[in-house]
Design a binder for this molecule. Structure first.
Ligand code: UD1
Length: 282
């Protein structure tokens, strides 16, 4: 546990492994800040942690001859969707600082590959990860005022928050609320393993890959499912749209399905169940 901007700290991890006569084959890079709202309020902090942190990481990797990386990127790099399903060739035009930092890091990794033939990179573009491990033992650390929908739903369900604020009922969607492609974290984790195997067996040099189910769910649909499977009430009220939000983000996931045989195995119902189960255990 440490700060990705701290070079001495990062080097100490690599050194420790070397001292055991071993080495790192690859890195899964998930270290970053991820609140859209906070990124608009504190842009310098986002550029520093996300971009400078990543530059620091790749410098240390290079120093220790580790050239394979799976980077946790985001569907937010696409910005406003120009078609229903976003494939990897969709226009990159993020509409908030958080998304801009992700797009820049992707570019940085591309530049590294062009400069040095050793690098193997996957920019894995997450849609909306949700849920928790079914055991209830592993999940997202909760805070008092989460920005994201799932942790907030959990707090309403256990009575720590009185109601959910839905950001906008005037989107151009089937019920006026925004659409997202929610993906169970177990399917997300499995996707990383498959990609890692591909990278390490040298199947590709650099790829941008979407990871999502390909199914869109509105906020109201999600609330309905959550209430039904967890047998609880989620009071809500509509408020205005949140700055930096977009109407719809749904993955075209054919690349991941076809090249790696990845198939999302868990339903929206499982995400809702596992999410609350984790909250009750944590
Ligand atoms: C955002 C980013 C995503 C990033 C994720 C991580 C965008 C478009 N997406 O996801 O790339 O990986 O944050 O933090 O920048 N909502 C409510 N009330 C709430 C919370 C959310 O109505 O209290 C709505 C949002 O308006 C949105 C949906 O629920 O339509 C999902 O929101 P959230 O869980 O925050 O994820 P994104 O904003 O989609």
């Amino acid at each position: 546990k440490g700060d990705i901007r701290d070079q001495v700290f990062l080097e100490s991890i690599f050194k420790e492994v070397y001292s055991l006569n071993n080495y790192f084959h690859a890195v899964i890079h998930l270290a970053g800040l991820k609140s859209v709202r906070e990124s608009i309020l504190k842009p310098k902090r986002y550029w520093d942690v996300n971009l400078n942190g990543s530059i620091n990481l790749v410098n240390v990797m290079k120093k220790f001859n580790c050239y394979s990386i799976v980077f946790s990127s985001s569907a937010t790099v696409y910005g406003i969707a120009d078609k229903e399903l976003l494939d990897e060739n969709s226009i990159i035009k993020p509409c908030n600082v958080y998304g801009e930092t992700k797009a820049r890091i992707e570019k940085l990794l591309l530049n590294l590959c062009l400069e040095n033939n050793n690098w193997r990179v996957c920019n894995l573009r997450y849609f909306n990860p949700a849920g928790a491990h079914y055991s209830g033992l592993i999940g997202e650390a909760t805070c008092n005022n989460p920005n994201n929908l799932f942790p907030y739903l959990n707090l309403v369900a256990i009575g720590k928050k009185k109601f959910l604020r839905i950001y906008g009922n005037d989107w151009n969607t089937r019920d006026g609320t925004a659409i997202r492609d929610y993906l169970h974290v177990d399917d997300l984790a499995y996707g990383h393993l498959l990609i890692m195997q591909h990278i390490l067996s040298d199947k590709f040099k650099i790829k941008n890959i979407n990871i999502g189910t390909g199914k869109g769910t509105t906020v109201l649909e999600l609330i309905n499912t959550y209430q039904k499977v967890n047998n609880c009430e989620i009071p809500f009220e509509f408020v205005s749209r949140r700055e930096g939000d977009v109407e719809s983000l749904i993955a075209d996931n054919q690349l991941l399905k076809k090249t790696l045989n990845w198939i999302p195995s868990k339903s929206l119902e499982s995400m809702c169940l596992d999410s609350l189960n984790w909250q009750k255990n944590s």
